[in-house]
Design a protein around this ligand. Structure first.
Ligand SMILES: Cc1cc2nc3c(=O)[nH]c(=O)nc-3n(C[C@H](O)[C@H](O)[C@H](O)COP(=O)(O)O)c2cc1C
Length: 196
């Protein structure tokens, strides 16, 4: 069997999908987020390491603590979105390798150096951030990813253990009024791809 995603589904994920900057008040439920996670968890990471960790910001108190760490241009939309997710890398992802990469029992010990471990964790969690955004779109919702925040403050505020670093904050919901900035040009194939 050979399947290809039909054009409508491609449009939903890519051509017609936009980065939302405002949202309706329609709530985003835990069940919707779980369905998104249960889809995107199958996307690949090195050593099946899955270093992404997600904090759903639900209480007004937590929302305000988050907004205080956001850049000025990101504050209002982060305050207003129906749901905000903090996406972080777990620097100690290797502790899960005996479970997630069981056919290599020594894999946990392949990361003795913290700096290399953090680099691997952040790289693979960043891949998972991309998968998560596409998962939000696949669920018929819109995502507004942001990296404009005070990272040190945000890490301290939500991950006091020092073992995580935030990669992105993502507003999630149904697009509201004037949700889109202008669509900017994409680099074309010939500008990006070389063949050797
Ligand atoms: C990792 C990441 C960080 C981003 N940070 C911000 C941000 O801090 N503030 C903002 O308004 N948009 C931010 N964006 C949105 C991008 O500018 C937007 O996705 C891109 O221009 C494409 O827009 P389009 O989907 O509407 O074509 C970010 C996007 C990504 C993926």
């Amino acid at each position: 069997m050979s399947l290809v995603l039909d054009k409508e589904a491609q449009d939903l994920l890519f051509r017609e999908a936009r980065t939302a900057n405002s949202f309706t008040s329609e709530p985003v439920t835990d069940e919707q987020v779980q369905a998104i996670y249960d889809l995107v968890k199958y996307a690949p990471t090195a050593l099946n390491s899955q270093p992404l960790r997600i904090v759903l910001v639900r209480t007004p108190e937590a929302r305000q603590r988050l907004v205080d760490t956001m850049g000025d241009g990101n504050k209002a939309k982060t305050l207003a979105a129906p749901l905000v997710a903090i996406l972080a890398a777990d620097h100690d992802f290797h502790d899960e390798l005996p479970k997630t990469f069981p056919h290599a029992p020594g894999a946990r010990d392949w990361f003795p150096e913290e700096a290399a471990r953090i680099q691997t964790g952040r790289f693979n969690a960043a891949l998972q951030v991309g998968y998560f955004i596409l998962g939000v779109r696949a669920a018929g919702l819109a995502a507004g990813p942001m990296a404009g925040f005070d990272a040190e403050r945000l890490n301290k505020e939500f991950f006091g253990d020092g073992r995580h670093s935030v990669l992105a904050v993502v507003n999630i919901g149904r697009p509201g009024e004037n949700a889109w900035f202008n669509r900017n040009p994409r680099l074309e194939y010939a500008e990006v791809v070389t063949t050797v």
